[in-house]
Ligand binder design. Structure first.
Ligand SMILES: Cc1cc2nc3c(=O)[nH]c(=O)nc-3n(C[C@H](O)[C@H](O)[C@H](O)COP(=O)(O)OP(=O)(O)OC[C@H]3O[C@@H](n4cnc5c(N)ncnc54)[C@H](O)[C@@H]3O)c2cc1C
Length: 442
């Protein structure tokens, strides 16, 4: 079977006003590498303070994860709340949860500040249990999270049915803070805002090297060079392979998404889901689902991939797409006639402790913001502002909160072996759940 595969996503295309590549030597106060949510938000926050900012993007702004994601605006942070509490203790976990929720609210303010209409629906997201095995852990997790101040609530089977959620989603934990949006409209809205604020953006400009031993810093590109007093690296999952930096702190995982045809009124009636909440399943390797403003089902994740040495391997994989097509039929038997129209994928940037990074070097002139573990729509937005504060030398409590000792990842081949062993173990746990769902015995 053949599938429509999008090189980028269904959300973005190369903008008609693609900005020219850098082909000269330029000087600026602050250089930013990477035109996704992190880089664009940092640029806007700096520009608002009158800083002379130049942003360099190797393709077009939004071509990275920011223009490819599923659009869940979620406060989720850490692997899950019980793991986070085990990792850092209840008090610190509460602070991280506060950070996640602050990131969502900050993102909502950004939509308003820059007049970005990105089909945002503040309907919350639900972590849904799809198997009796998920029920008790979700109930405990909701109690624990609510007990330390998270805006969450456990939904039992009756409450899930009252919300008319598809029956596969048996119970859930509702995160009421957040919702979902059109990722392309968000990131391209930021790009427009940055251009009109006077950020100089150079697209089709890959940064090939950074000389940061002396001031000013030199940022090298194929046909030009930028001298800057300060630099922000906002390349996220692409960082290790392109700039050979932070490889011991982060690793990229490929995440695959699909979008169906528009649901007909009859299909929507059969599916229910009238509140349109975003949904993540409680699998170890989660599945994500949401309905778009124009009535399509967007889903994916689950089968994440790691390339040896962090290689950003290709994504057009019909065998994998077939697995998603089969999955759709099992998860939503109410709409057996619902067809997937397109697939795409992108790279998410993982840290070992599932917490994001925002820090500078010892000289205080190079700053990094990355590692959102697949939850970067809110976190990257807030991190842009946090990076701007660091550049400006302003105290920021969230920067202090994320400061921690990061244990280095093992080198290859150990890294590959460890990640594949983990994937296999998680796959076995999820496999039991999925086998029961396939056989219809839950
Ligand atoms: C398939 C998928 C689904 C996701 N779903 C969700 C979701 O539902 N909710 C959520 O919260 N998060 C989700 N995420 C994660 C979220 O999209 C990211 O965390 C967030 O967009 C990161 O933004 P960023 O600006 O840091 O990185 P990116 O958007 O990846 O931007 C980095 C930019 O740097 C550029 N770049 C890289 N190297 C260079 C170089 N050498 N020179 C110049 N430019 C360079 C890239 O071209 C890219 O544009 C998802 C991610 C993916 C891939």
């Amino acid at each position: 079977m053949s599938f429509d595969y999008r090189d980028v996503s269904v959300w973005v295309e190369e903008p008609a006003d693609l900005q020219p590549a850098l082909d000269a030597e330029l000087r600026c106060d602050v250089a930013i590498v990477g035109g996704g949510l992190t880089g664009l938000n940092a640029a806007l926050a700096l520009r608002a303070e009158g800083v002379n900012v130049v942003l360099l993007e190797m393709d077009f702004c939004g071509k990275g994860a920011s223009g490819r994601n599923a659009g869940h605006l979620t406060p989720a942070i850490g692997k899950d709340v019980p793991t986070l509490v085990k990792q850092v203790g209840a008090a610190r976990a509460a602070e991280y949860i506060g950070f996640g929720e602050r990131a969502v609210r900050h993102t909502q303010q950004i939509f308003e500040r820059y007049g970005i209409d990105c089909d945002y629906r503040p309907v919350g997201n639900i972590i849904a249990g799809v198997h009796p095995r998920h029920t008790e852990p979700l109930q405990r997790s909701a109690e624990l999270a609510a007990g330390i101040g998270a805006e969450v609530r456990y939904l039992n089977e009756d409450e899930m049915r009252a919300r008319k959620l598809p029956p596969v989603f048996r119970v859930g934990v509702l995160e009421s803070c957040g919702g979902h949006l059109h990722p392309g409209k968000y990131v391209l809205g930021l790009r427009r805002a940055a251009l009109s604020a006077g950020v100089r953006i150079f697209e089709a400009t890959p940064v090939t090297g950074i000389e940061d031993g002396a001031s000013p810093i030199k940022v090298l590109t194929p046909r030009g060079m930028l001298r800057a007093d300060k630099l922000i690296v906002a390349t996220n999952a692409y960082t290790p392979s392109t700039l050979k930096r932070l490889k011991s702190k982060v690793f990229p995982l490929r995440d695959t998404m699909f979008q169906t045809a528009r649901l007909t009124d009859a299909q929507l009636d059969r599916l229910g889901w009238t509140g349109r909440e975003g949904v993540y399943t409680a699998h170890e390797s989660l599945e994500s689902y949401r309905i778009t403003a124009d009535g399509r089902l967007v889903g994916g994740s689950k089968h994440v991939q790691y390339g040896y040495n962090g290689a950003l391997i290709g994504g057009n994989d019909p065998a994998l797409f077939q697995k998603f097509a089969d999955l759709l039929k099992v998860r939503f038997p109410e709409v057996p006639d619902l067809a997937i129209e397109s697939f795409w994928g992108g790279w998410i940037c993982m840290t070992l402790d599932f917490l994001p990074l925002s820090f500078g070097n010892a000289r205080g002139d190079v700053f990094y913001g990355l590692g959102y573990n697949g939850h970067g729509v809110a976190q990257a937005t807030l991190n842009g502002t946090m990076l701007a504060d660091q550049v400006l030398g302003r105290p920021n409590e969230d920067v202090a909160l994320l400061k921690r000792r990061v244990f280095p990842l093992p080198p290859e081949p150990l890294r590959w072996l460890a990640l594949h062993a983990l994937k296999w173990r998680l796959g076995r746990t999820d496999g039991v759940v999925d086998a029961d769902l396939r056989r219809g015995i839950v």
